[in-house]
Design a protein. Structure first.
Length: 232
């Protein structure tokens, strides 16, 4: 589904060169729950950003269903990030002045013109509250992020990521800021979305216990994928 070939990325800052990715090859299969593990600084976030067109590689290619997406014009990549990819992050990245419900609605608002938004707003609001309800937040719709726990903020972020029915969910250390039990709840939700809804998920983590819940684990070492192993 998502094919990564020969991906290279070097960051340069103040004459310091950090060669992060040095030829990454990886195939993400439709319907799988894939874990990408590696030490801190090994380039996991960089790889996830390149997969989701948040950044562009120096060399190599990222293809979605056979079509290259890494060199598309900015507008097309924005559209992919709004429609095709869902993102969740370690620190949630919720907008602090918006309620949980409004945060979940943001991707839908971005995806529509002002005119179509007006007549779709009701239906989209219903979808947003159904998603929050599904993740146990039906009683938190009007809460601001600062009034939510870490686990609740991450569940809100998952609802937001799903709002536009993405084909792939990209998760960057989604449990990294949570205690073990709450982290396991988040992985259980992702597992269920993968099994029940057939959602393809790529999750980056440095935590092997968390990765053990996935279908397949690949490890990033020295800028390359070290080896594939079947977990489970
Ligand atoms: N925007 C950037 N500019 C310069 N260096 C960066 C940038 N982003 C990441 N790096 C460096 O690239 C390396 C890999 O970072 P990252 O992909 O965030 O690793 P990980 O997510 O595995 O911890 C780190 O050494 C980091 O300091
Ligand atoms: Mg990272």
């Amino acid at each position: 589904m998502l094919t990564i070939h020969g991906l290279k990325k070097t960051y340069r800052k103040n004459a310091v060169e950090v060669r992060v990715l040095q030829g990454v090859d990886l195939d993400v299969r439709q319907g799988e729950f894939l874990a990408v593990v590696g030490a801190s600084g090994s380039g996991k976030s960089t790889l996830l950003h390149l997969m989701g067109t948040l950044d562009q590689p120096d060399e190599g290619a990222v293809a979605l269903n056979g079509y290259r997406i890494d060199q598309l014009p900015a507008r097309s990549r924005e559209r992919l990030r709004n429609q095709t990819f869902g993102f969740i992050f370690q620190f949630y990245h919720l907008l602090p002045e918006l309620t949980a419900l409004e945060n979940v609605l943001v991707p839908a608002m971005i995806g529509h013109s002002a005119a179509t938004w007006l007549w779709r707003k009701r239906e989209q609001s219903r979808r947003a509250s159904e998603l929050l309800d599904r993740f146990g937040l039906g009683h938190r719709l009007r809460h601001l992020p600062r009034e939510l726990s870490g686990g609740e903020m991450q569940r809100t972020a998952i609802a937001r990521a799903l709002m536009n029915r993405p084909a792939i969910l990209l998760a960057d250390e989604p449990t990294g800021n949570l205690d073990a039990d709450t982290g396991n709840d988040i992985v259980r939700i992702l597992r269920e979305l993968n099994r029940q809804d057939g959602l393809t998920i790529v999750m980056v983590t440095h935590n092997m216990d968390i990765a053990a819940g996935c279908d397949r684990i690949v490890k990033l070492t020295n800028g390359r994928i070290e080896r594939s192993a079947v977990a489970v």
